[in-house]
Design a protein around this ligand. Sequence first.
Ligand code: ADP
Ligand code: MG
Length: 346
Amino acid sequence: MSTDLVLTGLTKTFAASPNPALDDLSLTVTAGTCTAVLGPSGSGKSTLLRVIAGLETPDQGSVSIAGRDVAAVAAERRGVGMVFQRSLLFPHLSVLDNVAFSDRVAGMPRARARERAERYLDTVRLTGYGRRRVGELSGGQEQRVAIARALAAEPAVLLLDEPFSALDPALRADMHELLEAVRADVAPTILLVTHDRDEAARVADRIALVEHGRLLHEGTVADAYRRPGSVRAAELMGGRNAVPGRVRNGVHRSVLGEIAAAGVDEGPATLLFRQEDVRVDEHADAASLRIVGIVLVRRPTGARSELTVGAGGVELHAEVPSMSPLSPGDEVVLSVPEALAHVVAR
Ligand code: ADP
Ligand code: MG
């Protein structure tokens, strides 16, 4: 039941707002894969899902599912299931009848619809919960029922709009496992909106970064972290090191030294690397950028501490184990494996 989702040039401006909620956004999600959509609040993520689902009409652009433009197809006939942050279950129906709802609307006899609903309750690990009332469920269970209800309609495309953000971390981890099981079981094409990078990395195959309604970066999870397409994409992925420099003859020069920058335009360019990849006072491999600096700030973050280091006129960020004795004023040697650094234009 999986199928390609192809979005082309989607643009949507709401009457009340001067800026477009979606601005010429194109994105392809390959059949059976999961793309996580990350972006700041107000960047157009929910609007994107609502346009795909047919709950909003785009001003321009198209949504194509399994090779068919769905502009003229009503929301309920698009083969799209949607799960929202708040589950919006029907409180007067049992869990089973919530899940059986779409089959009942489609005219399926009650007994058969309930039988199918039982199967989807199994899929979301809620076997035996069918008789309960919605009010008797925990938040995590409610979201499981919402997912089962969406799956019961056998959508080719499953849209999840921050479905787990109201859950506590342990429940969220459960839901990630559940989503993995669902993917192994029924393999829908999934677009998951989240503001949680770790969730995206845990659940998705690819990451699409959206800001101001535009697609800023799209690629594998690993590339979103380690090879972001721009300084802003790196920032949105939580990357904290951006060192200015210049590219000449395919080589980037900055206070950290020289690094190959094939394919990057000549001129001003930024060296990007992640704070997690910076080694502090460690013996470096040959292929590493190195710089000596002074610890300016040390900030505890639990198991690790973040260091801000002044070096060569720039501020760099690194992480050390919480038992590290380093403190402000200490001299440190930072090294970054060249393979984990990445140059982008400007
Ligand atoms: P996100 O989900 O990324 O937080 P949204 O898609 O909800 O962003 O919103 C994108 C922009 O569109 C915001 O500026 C928001 O205020 C605006 N917007 C969303 N829905 C409507 C609406 N129904 N009417 C007017 N403006 C809207
Ligand atoms: Mg939203």
